[in-house]
Design a binder for this molecule. Sequence first.
Ligand code: PGA
Length: 253
Amino acid sequence: MRLKIVAGNWKMNLSFEEAEELVSSIADQLEEIDLEETEVVICPPYPYLEMVLDIAEESVFSVGAQNISQFDNGAYTGEVSARMLASMDVDYCIIGHSERRKYFGETDEIIAQKIDQALKHEFIVIFCCGELLSERRAGKHFDVVRQQIEKALFSLSEKEFYNIIIAYEPVWAIGTGENATPEQAQEMHAYIRGLIASRYGNDVANETSILYGGSCNSKNAPEIFAQPDVDGGLIGGASLNADEFIKIIKVIL
Ligand code: PGA
């Protein structure tokens, strides 16, 4: 059985105090919940990682970084390496988010380098893919997602691929309040699982968690998470509110 996962991506939000309050409240509420086979991951901004890791030590959630450098070590001012994050016991890393592609010029090639770095340091990678609205309107969404996945992931070995989680995040749904319909999510998730099966075989495809992301909240999560190929969510805005985030976690249980 593949893992169900709810991951919160805080992006560039919150003061230190607000972040501490949020993660403390999430940890308190998680005490009341039996997560069973579900994994909860919180991805705070870098400066808050240590604080969140401290609270995670006493709790059941895992911690992820929102980004890592494609470089190994050395003179790269402002960058944070996989090696550094691994030495802090961060387990997960988001790579390929559309905001990084759009605002920071991350190409498929850079993303592939980041994935190599992350896997070298034994991270579990949450790899994001998804089409623009114009691409969906032009009927190219399957091709776009296939190319993103092939370029970033399909040179990995089967063993490496077991450390990959895929997040399908249609760009037009991120932060817009307009989520994909459950049917649109299921259709794309099934397509992605089919791609993985054709490259790595059915066993790997069946073990790969595929998350939905894009304006996911406690209202739309029940229908989206009920789809057979949706294994949870990558949650942005709604992960900044502890009660709302907990409600979303409860949907997947
Ligand atoms: P959103 O962001 O939930 O705010 O749409 C999701 C994401 O970008 O991971």
